[in-house]
Write a protein that binds this ligand. Structure first.
Ligand SMILES: [Zn+2]
Length: 295
């Protein structure tokens, strides 16, 4: 073999080896991509299944017949009617843990399931709401502002909270002083979330793992603080049915305003995309608290 032929053979061999290496590398890269996309598809399917679990979460504040400025006060008779409607139509009222298991762990619940919630911790939760819930054997969740607990006649007493907690009502967090959390530093948010959690756990002797944000306001720091403290789910005031579309720390709730009649109420229970009446929700709530702070 001439010297030239030998050199050509070496070059061709090197080229063949290089080509083989490129093919192997490409194949491996492809294989990894396919495996990755398979994994991704699997995750998406799980996420979609979870997102399909939608539940109406009713949000109440005060339930009282007394007069005075309160734009979110549902009168007792209307509330009674609404609860009777749930009973007569065989709705299943969830505990907060059952709700979590359905939304996050995909656990099956009866199709007519609902989570009933009350914000702030008013005295009428005990005086007006609790007897009706007891009568129908209903579960509900109350989000309590701990800084107002045992203060004056408008808000709940610790012993009332404990009694309700011992009898099927879940007691969860709503901060210490009802601030706009998204306006606070991370450390101040942490303080609000931690102090209120400890207070409620001392009163009820149960772990507090859920929170409703005052005015529905939260940001990334809120979620980081929640994760650090062991809160596993957060509720906003954004309307529509609750699902995981915006994550486990941004669950929707449905305002039940005093002006709603039974048809408005039914629509919100029947239809995840119920017609959204335009309410200046945040300004109503802000006005309400500024008036409230006067007495
Ligand atoms: Zn509130």
């Amino acid at each position: 073999m001439s010297k030239l032929k030998k050199i050509l053979l070496i070059i061709v061999t090197i080229l063949v080896i290089a080509l083989c290496l490129m093919i192997i590398k490409d194949y491996y890269k492809n294989y990894k991509n396919v495996a990755y996309s398979k994994e991704l598809t699997k995750q998406n399917v799980v996420k979609d299944l979870q997102s399909n679990n939608q539940i109406p979460v009713l949000m109440y504040h005060e339930i009282d017949d007394s007069k005075g400025i309160n734009l979110m006060k549902v009168n007792k008779e209307a509330f009674k009617q609404q609860m009777k409607y749930l009973k007569d139509n065989k709705y299943n009222t969830l505990t907060i843990d059952e709700f979590y298991d359905c939304i996050v762990n995909n656990k099956k619940v009866p199709s007519k399931s609902v989570l009933i919630t009350f914000d702030d911790g008013y005295e009428d939760d005990y005086k007006n709401v609790y007897p009706i819930l007891k009568k129908y054997n209903f579960h509900a969740t109350m989000f309590i502002i701990t800084g107002y607990l045992d203060k004056g006649t408008v808000y709940l007493k610790s012993n009332e909270v404990k009694e309700m907690s011992d009898n099927g009502i879940d007691i969860e967090g709503h901060t210490v002083s009802h601030p706009y959390l998204d306006k606070l530093t991370y450390n101040n948010q942490l303080k609000q979330l931690e102090e209120s959690k400890i207070k409620l756990e001392n009163v009820c002797k149960k772990t507090v793992r859920f929170i409703a944000y005052p005015y529905g306001a939260y940001n990334k720091d809120t979620i980081n603080a929640e994760k650090k403290l062991g809160y596993i789910m957060g509720f906003t005031t954004n309307g529509k049915w609750a699902n995981l579309s915006k994550g486990v720390y941004a669950l929707n709730r449905i305002y039940i305003f005093p002006q709603y009649d039974l048809n408005n109420f039914k629509e919100r229970l029947d239809n995840p995309n119920y017609s959204q009446v335009v309410h200046p929700i945040k300004s109503i709530e802000a006005l309400y608290y500024s008036v409230r702070s006067w007495y």
